[in-house]
Write a protein that binds this ligand. Structure first.
Ligand SMILES: CC(C)(COP(=O)(O)OP(=O)(O)OC[C@H]1O[C@@H](n2cnc3c(N)ncnc32)[C@H](O)[C@@H]1OP(=O)(O)O)[C@@H](O)C(=O)NCCC(=O)NCCS
Length: 163
């Protein structure tokens, strides 16, 4: 991305307040399955809290990245520091349907974990629906989880970053 690697035409950048309209268009292109797998619920349009969190520019305790193909966002991903646990962050990735299975998710997780590590994060968590084979394979293909806990329909993965 950003002129290098397997996606030379894609640009990755922090989500910024000016991205609201293209973020809404991105959400409008997602299938129900993709929305459900990320948010564990369906919605006709992104709820204000979801948009607001993505658009707030990030900070010490979270980061949101957008991948752009020209003017359009094709993926967003981020991490949030776990409240009350300075050294842990929950990671999430959302790739639009037409771009899934091309390696974007993997590239984004690599970037996010490197950024999180620079901000003092040593433990990464991910909550993935147990039926979500692609996300489970992506997570466990990148690193061996330290803990795997099933909770209702979801599986909660914990990874410790190499020091
Ligand atoms: C889960 C998700 C983030 C994965 O993103 P992605 O960009 O499709 O992920 P990748 O392409 O890096 O890897 C996924 C698959 O593509 C394969 N792949 C990776 N690089 C590839 C390449 N260059 N060519 C073909 N396939 C490739 C991976 O091996 C993996 O195989 P799978 O089909 O057995 O799952 C995406 O499907 C998504 O947004 N899903 C909906 C939301 C969600 O589930 N989020 C996760 C919970 S937060």
């Amino acid at each position: 991305m950003n002129g290098h690697g397997p996606f030379p035409d894609l640009v990755v950048k922090p989500v910024a307040p000016g991205d609201e309209e293209r973020l809404r268009r991105f959400f409008g292109r997602l299938s129900d399955q993709t929305v459900y797998r990320r948010f564990f619920t369906l919605f006709p349009a992104p709820p204000p809290a979801v948009l607001g969190h993505l658009l707030d520019g990030g900070g010490r305790d979270h980061e949101s990245l957008a991948v752009l193909d020209g003017e359009e966002i094709v993926a967003v991903a981020g991490w949030d520091r776990v409240v009350g646990d300075e050294e842990s962050a929950e990671i999430s990735v959302l790739v639009e349907d037409a771009w899934q299975h091309h390696g974007l998710g993997r590239a984004l997780i690599r970037m996010l974990t490197a950024d999180a590590a620079r901000r003092g994060i040593i433990v990464i968590t991910a909550t993935i629906l147990s039926e979500n084979g692609p996300a489970r394979r992506l997570a466990t293909g990148l690193a061996r989880p330290e803990r795997v806990e099933m909770e209702g329909p979801a599986t909660y993965f914990t990874f410790r970053l190499a020091s």
